[in-house]
Write a protein that binds this ligand. Structure first.
Ligand SMILES: [Zn+2]
Length: 208
């Protein structure tokens, strides 16, 4: 890989990971490591503290799904393209899709589709671009930021005097309070969401 394309690869990956970290943080999750590693090209990772409640409480799951999409949204905003799903976004799309089917079951179809989530994520990424851009620069330089330092860095970058509340989740998911809490049984939820996915994907395949 040439030095020039290596540098653009690093910048793109750094913006992707910074997008995940900042959006996770503004929607109430705690990232504990953000990293870009050099292997065959650059790959990165953000890890966030998470519990099983994320998967079964709709208003938490819906926010988590913005974090799923935020890496691709930030990468696309940085590169003025819509290629993130091809360049490093596969795992994110898989995670988002799994989560979407769970949410669909938990809320009996009351939340928006993937496009609605993408739009809301793009809005949030635009609003917090000032923090994403600065965290990406730090990641380019440092490659890994973790623990308390990451928490403090995110806090300082996000909560400036210009801070405004992020776009409301009710714009894609009109839930009251905790929303319906239909199935706290995660295994059952996973089985049912897989079955729904197979049924719905079969339906789209026949229609197209
Ligand atoms: Zn990602």
């Amino acid at each position: 890989m040439s030095k020039r394309s290596e540098l653009s690869d690093l910048k793109r990956t750094a913006h992707h990971e910074a997008g995940h970290a900042v959006i996770a943080s503004v929607y109430g999750f705690d990232p504990y490591i953000a990293t870009v590693v050099h292997g065959d090209g650059f790959r990165g990772q953000v890890k966030v503290t998470n519990t099983f409640l994320t998967s079964v409480i709709p208003r938490i799951l819906a926010r988590w799904m913005l974090y799923d999409l935020a890496g691709m949204a930030a990468q696309d905003r940085y590169s003025h393209s819509r290629h993130a799903w091809l360049l490093g976004g596969h795992d994110d799309i898989k995670q988002f899709t799994d989560d979407w089917y769970k949410l669909h079951i938990l809320t009996e179809g009351r939340c928006g589709d993937a496009h609605a989530f993408e739009q809301l994520t793009a809005l949030a990424v635009k609003q917090f671009w000032y923090a994403i851009r600065d965290l990406a620069s730090l990641l380019e330089e440092r490659k890994t930021i973790e623990g308390d330092e990451l928490v403090k860095t995110l806090h300082n970058l996000i909560f400036t005097s210009d801070f405004k509340q992020p776009p409301a989740i009710k714009d894609v998911c009109p839930l009251d309070g905790d929303g319906p809490f239909e199935s706290p049984d995660l295994t059952d939820l996973e089985t049912r969401s897989k079955a729904l996915r197979i049924a719905m994907e079969g339906k789209y395949a026949r229609e197209s």
